[in-house]
Each structure stands twice: as structure tokens, then as C-alpha cells.
Write a protein that binds this ligand. Structure first.
Ligand SMILES: Cc1cc2nc3c(=O)[nH]c(=O)nc-3n(C[C@H](O)[C@H](O)[C@H](O)COP(=O)(O)O)c2cc1C
Length: 245
């Protein structure tokens, strides 16, 4: 009887090597690393990143999501030691050893990368910028100016800010965006505008903001921002798992 089932399975096209390989590939664990470049553990940036993690994890049990909070680590920016460019020993992973070393090594082997930061004075936080120096300088070849990571992967760049779509001063990830696009692939972007900076505006010297206008904006947009974050996380994971491509 079981032989009969086997024949029917084969006749129905059940054993196609390409399908088998794809299933095997999809069952392997895949890792998405999320880098939180903001100091506040429960506010806007962290909430958006948490939703991205949830969305990614919902795509399958073989997606592992690891979130790293840069403000919890003690690390330096690029030390200009040039160890990554030594002849015959050049490396596209930073050689300087500190708390960032395991994070950089994990990213080099990851399958997806999410970077998130509040906008401070028009740019990502100093902590994010400092991290990006260490991530990107080893990618850059001074021989031919190519920019190459150990592995290409989907990337999502997240910003949260006071500014609105119509009026904002954000340069986003600035010159680092070019490096990221070259080394890892063209990033997707996600921005949460006009965020709540404090829970209760009446307690602070923040008269330049109308709490009423902020509340209205938040009521109309925040849930949507979180949903977009969830969807973006899920999309990245599905892309990694080769679903819907
Ligand atoms: C030091 C500092 C500088 C800021 N500069 C800007 C800015 O240039 N443009 C802007 O739109 N928002 C600016 N903001 C507001 C934050 O980007 C915004 O509140 C963000 O959503 C905070 O993220 P968080 O809630 O995750 O901490 C600044 C906030 C701080 C604390």
C-alpha cells in the first residue's frame, strides 16, 4: 500500500529536487540583527524596533531576531588603526577589540540588518554614527574604492523624529547610506514622524509644541507606524526565507 502512495506522490510531481532544496533551505535558522541606536528603552525608536522584531518572528520559527542596544555597550568609533587594511591580511570586519566586536562579527554572518535611531540635530545619534564607522570602514577598499561586506543582506533603516513629512531637518543616515547600499544592498526605509517626546507635555518647558496637535497626530499615525514596522519586519523575514518572491 505504501508503495502505491509513493508512486502516486512521484507521479503528482511530489519529488522535484528544486522543491526539496528550497524546503531544506527554508528550514535552516536565519538571523536578523536589530541595532537600536537610541537611549530610551521604552520610547518611540524602541517600540518601532520591537514591532519589526515581532513582524519578522511571525514569518516562521526558523527566524531568529537579536536586538542590540548600543547605549548598553562600551565601545569606540573607528580608531584609524588601519588593521583592516594590512597587506594580505585585509579584513571587511573591524579588527579593533571591544564590546562591539561580537556584534560586528554577528552582523557579518547575519541574514538581515535593521538599524534604528532617533534623529538628533538632524542626524542619527552619536552612538549610531560611532557604530557605523566601525561597521563600514573595513568595507571600503583604498585600492579600488569598492565597498564590500562579508555578505549582502536585506537592510531596513529606521528613523524617529519630531519633524513632520512636510517639515523636517533629517539627513537620516547621511553619507553612511551610500556605504550601506553598496555593501549590503539598497535599504528599505521607515520613518516615524512627529513622535511624542515626553509622556506629559505639561510637566516640561516645551511650549514650542502644541500638545493638542501632537496628540492628534499621534492618534492618526502611531498605530499605522507600528503596523508599517510590523509589516516591514515580516517582509524582510519573508524575503530571507524566499517566500513570496
Ligand atoms: C538631543 C536631541 C536632539 C533632537 N534633535 C532633533 C532634530 O534635529 N530633529 C527632529 O525632528 N527631532 C529631534 N529630536 C527629537 C527626537 O528625534 C524624537 O523625539 C525621537 O522620536 C526620540 O526617539 P525616542 O523616543 O526613541 O528617544 C531631538 C531629541 C533630542 C533628545
Amino acid at each position: 500500500m505504501s508503495l502505491l502512495y509513493a508512486v502516486i506522490f512521484l507521479l503528482a510531481g511530489g519529488f522535484r529536487p528544486s522543491r526539496f532544496l528550497k524546503l531544506k533551505q527554508n528550514n535552516q535558522m536565519k538571523k536578523i540583527v536589530i541595532i537600536d541606536g537610541g537611549p530610551r528603552k521604552t520610547f518611540n525608536t524602541a517600540s518601532i524596533l520591537e514591532k519589526i522584531a515581532e513582524g519578522a518572528a511571525s514569518a516562521g520559527s526558523n527566524i531568529e531576531v537579536k536586538t542590540v542596544r548600543l547605549y548598553s555597550l562600551d565601545y569606540k568609533g573607528c580608531m584609524s588603526c588601519m588593521a583592516c587594511k594590512i597587506k594580505d591580511r585585509a579584513s571587511n570586519i573591524c579588527k579593533f577589540k571591544d564590546a562591539l566586536t561580537p556584534v560586528l562579527e554577528e552582523i557579518a554572518e547575519a541574514d538581515g540588518l535593521v538599524l534604528g535611531s532617533p534623529i538628533y540635530f538632524g542626524d542619527v545619534t552619536g552612538q549610531m554614527r560611532t557604530f557605523l564607522e566601525r561597521l563600514a570602514f573595513p568595507w571600503l577598499s583604498y585600492n579600488d574604492y569598492s565597498i564590500t561586506a562579508a555578505k549582502r543582506m536585506p537592510v531596513l533603516l529606521v528613523e524617529t523624529m519630531n519633524g513632520t513629512p512636510e517639515r523636517n531637518n533629517s539627513n537620516g543616515y547621511g553619507s553612511m547610506e551610500h556605504c550601506i547600499a553598496q555593501a549590503l544592498g539598497e535599504p528599505e526605509r521607515l520613518t516615524a514622524y512627529n513622535t511624542y517626546q515626553v509622556k506629559d507635555y505639561s510637566r516640561y518647558e516645551l511650549a514650542g509644541f502644541s500638545e493638542e496637535a501632537k496628540r492628534q497626530y499621534r492618534d492618526n499615525h502611531w498605530e499605522q507606524d507600528l503596523q508599517q514596522a510590523y509589516d516591514a519586519g515580516r517582509r524582510m523575514a519573508e524575503r530571507i526565507l524566499n517566500i513570496n518572491i
